[in-house]
Design a protein around this ligand. Sequence first.
Ligand SMILES: Cc1cc2nc3c(=O)[nH]c(=O)nc-3n(C[C@H](O)[C@H](O)[C@H](O)COP(=O)(O)O)c2cc1C
Length: 214
Amino acid sequence: MRCEKAGFDGIQIHGAHDYIICEFLNRTYNQRTDQYGGSVENRARLLLDTLRGIREATRSDFNVSVRLSPERFGLDTADVIATYKLIIETGLADFIDISLWDCFKEASDEQFAGSQLIDLFTEIPRGETRLCVAGKIYSAADAQRCLDLGADLVAIGRAAITNHDFARSACADPSFVMREIPVTREILRSEGLSESFIEYMSGWKGFVADLRVV
Ligand SMILES: Cc1cc2nc3c(=O)[nH]c(=O)nc-3n(C[C@H](O)[C@H](O)[C@H](O)COP(=O)(O)O)c2cc1C
């Protein structure tokens, strides 16, 4: 409600990357014996209660989404798929953002060996809920490929840091590709990054070219 009042169009609930809601979803971490532990329905209860609370407190066109990670962080992919279905069934989210880290990778979970991770989500009927994917979308062609594979939206991380106008450029030119990484500090400055952000990005392997005279 405070975000709505502050003028934002929407918010995203972070259910991914080992943050607290993700830890509730995790069958290993979540050792609770009450209604917030045990079955997938119980482990997803905190997330769904949160969504319900937000819907009750905000106007109907306030955009509410959820971010989920389908693997890594000790998560079971089948549990995340079940959670994804529960969110769809409730109709509480405008879109679900699946953080794939690489949109074109194969599923790591043995149960889904041989399947492309993105397909595990695109193939599930989702009614009015939109599906967003993120991970290694570095060009207009990558973005188009995700849409062709059945996603409704794409989220851009690193390519929007090397190219602040990635979205506009990709929409205007189907052959558009992000700058090659590593990128120099000078280029990052020209893209509008602050010195502290450039310093932070130098901790991301292979992102900032540090040219040192030896
Ligand atoms: C500098 C930086 C900071 C990030 N911070 C967050 C974050 O706070 N929460 C989050 O869910 N993802 C975060 N991510 C992950 C991105 O949202 C995205 O899922 C990931 O970078 C993969 O997309 P990409 O290959 O387009 O970069 C961050 C990524 C970068 C590069």
